[in-house]
Design a protein around this ligand. Sequence first.
Ligand SMILES: Nc1ncnc2c1ncn2[C@@H]1O[C@H](COP(=O)(O)OP(=O)(O)OP(=O)(O)O)[C@@H](O)[C@H]1O
Ligand SMILES: [Mg+2]
Length: 262
Amino acid sequence: MSASTPVLQIKGLTRHYGGVKALTDANFELLPGEHAAIVGDNGAGKSTFVRLLTGVEQPGAGVIELDGHAVHFNSPLDAREHGMETVYQTLALAEDLDVPANIFLGREITRFNLGLLSVLNHAAMRRQSTEMLATTGVKIQDMSASLRGMSGGQRQCVAIARAAGFAKKLIILDEPTAALGVQETARVEDIIKGLKQRGVPLIIISHNLRQVFDLVDRIWVFRQGRIICNRRTADTTPQEIVGLITGAIDPASLPQAEESLC
Ligand SMILES: Nc1ncnc2c1ncn2[C@@H]1O[C@H](COP(=O)(O)OP(=O)(O)OP(=O)(O)O)[C@@H](O)[C@H]1O
Ligand SMILES: [Mg+2]
């Protein structure tokens, strides 16, 4: 593997639901340390792409490579075990559990483990959860209360703290701030900048172009179930991206800089 081998390379990813062509022949790459945004109108295929990439659903066709090796994820857990953490658009948290239990869901810390007999280390999980949440700035009064009584923004921060804390290879955020207020959005953006500094590659799906231009190196445009173009943020403008999203600009009409090929 060379320094320029993409962390993630996707070729020909396709998924049709009956007559609905949710995603067709999608090609995508993410370089080491790179932060990328996925943009596109409602129904353009963005969440489908994430679900196929992270083992929630199986593609009809296509190849996914991590660090140059083809992978096949049978489940989201499988993807997590490969170091890929995802915050889905529809949150996957356990409402009846408290914050530490949600953060450590599926990777609980035990004090000892004798085959069938294992004892959870609640104190360690609570301490680490508090540290992880501190990075989001979200205030949760009672860590032992279940998520059921929390706001959408608080739940979102729990999910993002969990993903940011565990991501080893790659983190994917599907519209992480869509339900958040101004302050929480700023906090999440700070977390994303921290991941950039740590060199953790990231994919963010967002309808917020201000956010996209503030945060990422490269923008991938989805339109009607296809990836039509990718542009280096430094080489494009919000107006151009809007034109690509809506179809007002034909990607073939853009100057083709070597690094931002459409
Ligand atoms: N399970 C499914 N069964 C049938 N059609 C589906 C299914 N999931 C997605 N679709 C369809 O596939 C298309 C792409 O949906 P997707 O959720 O990927 O869009 P999106 O780009 O994430 O949109 P948004 O910005 O609204 O989240 C849509 O037309 C959607 O109705
Ligand atoms: Mg979506």
